[in-house]
Design a protein around this ligand. Structure first.
Ligand SMILES: Cc1ncc(COP(=O)(O)O)c(C=O)c1O
Length: 476
C-alpha cells in the first residue's frame, strides 16, 4: 500500500467539495478558468513544471521572457522595478528589509507586524521602535495604527531610518496612508509597505489604492487574492540605490518554480484585462449579500460605517464579527461543517476571502449557512484583556534576544525578566509584551486576570514563560 499521508489527506480534503473562501486566490484552480490560456495552464500544471531551459530565461539573471514579464508587472503597478517572488511575501519582506536598511539602523515597526518582519529585524540586526495598534470593540478587533500612533512612535525614536507598515491588516482594514508615506519619505525615511493582502488594490475605484508607486518597497502576496499559485508574490521597488536584486536572489531558491512564476504572469495580465470588470461585479454582489446577511441580525459583516473615521475596509472580503460571548473559532468550524472553508478565525469572528470566480452562488451559500445557524452552538465565555497604558520597557533588541540564552520559569516569578518570545493574549492577538521587553508588574496582573478567565496567551505554556538569561557582559 502507498504511504503518502500528505497527498492522501489532500485528496481526501477535496472529496469534501468545500467552497473555498480562504486562500489561495486561484480558488483551487477555478480562478484560472477565466480565459482560454488560463484553462490551458490549469489543465497542464504537471506538464508545465519545467526548469531553466532555453528560451525560458533565468529568474536570477532575467534577460528574456522573465524580464519581459517583470517589466509588464512594473508598468502595471507603476513602480520603478518589479520582481516575481516564489516564496511569498515572507521572501519579499526579508528582501525589502535587507535592501532598505543596514545593520544597526533604527526602524519604526507595528507591534503586531507579520512574523516575517520580526524575523527580518532579527536577521538584519535592526533597532526597533514600536508603533501601537488601535483596538476597538473592547478588544475584539484591532485596526492599523492611526496617524497619532505613527507620529508618536516617530517622536520617541532617536534617529529612525525607516518605517514598515502593514496595509491592509488581516481584516482588510485600510487607512489614509498616502499622506503619511509622502510625509515620512520627505523626512528621509525609507518606507516598506507589507501589502500582502492587497494584491487586487487599485484595480477599480471601489477598492483602496495600492502603494506601489509611492512606497520605496511594496510587498504583495499575489497568491492570497489573485489567480496565482500558492507562494507567488510580487515585490515592487522604487528605491533605486539598493542591492535589491542581490538580496532577492539570496533569499530565493536557485530552482524557482516555473508554475508559480507563470501564474504570477497570468495574475498580472488578469488584473489588466478583466480586473476592473470582475472586481466591480464582485463588489456589487458582495455588498448586496452583506446587507442581506447583516439583516439576519445574527452576525455582522464589518463595513466602513462600523469603523472609526479615517478607516476603510476591503469589500472583497467578509470580516464577520459575532456578538459578545460567541466564538469565532466555533463559527469557523460550523462553516466547515456547512462545506464553507473560511480563511481564518479570531476570537470574535472569521474572515472569508471572496473571488470573482465563484459568483453569487457562493455568497448565497454563506447567507444560507448564517440563516440556519443556531447561535447557541457558538456560545463562549467572554474575555477581555486590559492593555496597560504604559508600555513595557525594551531592554534588548529582537536580534539580541535571538542570541541570548533562555530559561523557562513560572510566569509569576518573571517580574523584571526579559521576554524571550512575544507574549500575546487572544483576543485581540497583539503582543502585550514583545520579545526583548521587561516583564512588569502591570503586565503580570493583566495577564493573570486574563488567564484566570480562561483566555489563551501565546508565549505562556502551563503558567511558564521563556526569559533571557543575561550573561556575556549584560546584566539581568
Ligand atoms: C500581513 C502579512 N504579511 C506577510 C505575510 C506572509 O505572506 P506569505 O504567506 O505570502 O509569505 C502574511 C501571511 O499571512 C501576512 O498576513
Amino acid at each position: 500500500m502507498n504511504k503518502v499521508p500528505l497527498l492522501k489527506a489532500l485528496l481526501d480534503y477535496h472529496t469534501e467539495e468545500n467552497l473555498i473562501l480562504s486562500m489561495p486566490g486561484n480558488k483551487c484552480g477555478l480562478a484560472f478558468k477565466r480565459d482560454e490560456i488560463g484553462k490551458i495552464f490549469e489543465e497542464n500544471l504537471g506538464r508545465l513544471d519545467i526548469t531553466e531551459v532555453d528560451p525560458l530565461d533565468n529568474l536570477h539573471h532575467p534577460e528574456g521572457v522573465i524580464k519581459e514579464a517583470q517589466n509588464l508587472l512594473r508598468d502595471y503597478y507603476k513602480s520603478k522595478k518589479a520582481f516575481f517572488v516564489v516564496n511569498g511575501s515572507t521572501g519579499g519582506n526579508l528582501t525589502a528589509v535587507f535592501s532598505a536598511f543596514k545593520e544597526g539602523d533604527e526602524v519604526l515597526v507595528e507591534r503586531n507586524c507579520h512574523r516575517s518582519i520580526y524575523n527580518a529585524l532579527m536577521l538584519r540586526k535592526l533597532k526597533v521602535t514600536y508603533i501601537e495598534p488601535v483596538i476597538i470593540e473592547e478588544g475584539s478587533l484591532f485596526l492599523p495604527p492611526d496617524k497619532n500612533n505613527i507620529y508618536n512612535a516617530l517622536s520617541k525614536a532617536n534617529s529612525p531610518k525607516g518605517i514598515i507598515l502593514t496595509y491592509p491588516n488581516y481584516f482588510g482594514i485600510t487607512y489614509n496612508i498616502e499622506e503619511i508615506i509622502t510625509d515620512l519619505k520627505g523626512k528621509g525615511l525609507k518606507v516598506i509597505i507589507d501589502e500582502a493582502h492587497g494584491a487586487h488594490f487599485g484595480v477599480c475605484e471601489d477598492l483602496p489604492r495600492n502603494m506601489c508607486e509611492l512606497a520605496d518597497y511594496t510587498v504583495i502576496s499575489a497568491h492570497k487574492t489573485l489567480p496565482a499559485l500558492t507562494g507567488g508574490a510580487y515585490l515592487l521597488v522604487n528605491d533605486e540605490n539598493s542591492n535589491v536584486e542581490f538580496y532577492l536572489s539570496t533569499f530565493t531558491t536557485t530552482s524557482p518554480s516555473y508554475l508559480v512564476m507563470a501564474s504570477l504572469d497570468y495574475a498580472r495580465n488578469y488584473l489588466q484585462e478583466y480586473g476592473k470588470e470582475d472586481y466591480e461585479s464582485l463588489i456589487h454582489n458582495a455588498d448586496l449579500k452583506r446587507e442581506e446577511i447583516n439583516s439576519l441580525n445574527k452576525v455582522r459583516i464589518v463595513t466602513k460605517e462600523d469603523l472609526p473615521d479615517g478607516y476603510d475596509i476591503d469589500r472583497t472580503r467578509y470580516t464577520i464579527v459575532l456578538p459578545k460571548g460567541y466564538s469565532g473559532y466555533k463559527f469557523l468550524d460550523y462553516l466547515r461543517g456547512e462545506k464553507i472553508q473560511g480563511e481564518m478565525a479570531f476570537p470574535s469572528g472569521v474572515v472569508l476571502i471572496l473571488s470573482y470566480s465563484q459568483g453569487l452562488d457562493a455568497l448565497d451559500k454563506v447567507h444560507q449557512a448564517v440563516d440556519k445557524l443556531d447561535m447557541e452552538i457558538l456560545k463562549e465565555k467572554e474575555w477581555k484583556f486590559n492593555y496597560s497604558n504604559s508600555l513595557p520597557i525594551k531592554a534588548l533588541e529582537p536580534y539580541e534576544v535571538l542570541e541570548a540564552e533562555s530559561e523557562n520559569i513560572g510566569f509569576n516569578n518573571s517580574l523584571g525578566r526579559i521576554a524571550k518570545e512575544n507574549i500575546v493574549p487572544y483576543p485581540p492577538g497583539i503582543p502585550s509584551i514583545c520579545l526583548g521587553e521587561i516583564i512588569n508588574e502591570e503586565s503580570i496582573a493583566a495577564i493573570d486576570e486574563f488567564l484566570e478567565q480562561g483566555g489563551t496567551v501565546l508565549g505562556i505554556n502551563e503558567g511558564r514563560v521563556l526569559v533571557c538569561v543575561r550573561g556575556k557582559g549584560e546584566s539581568n
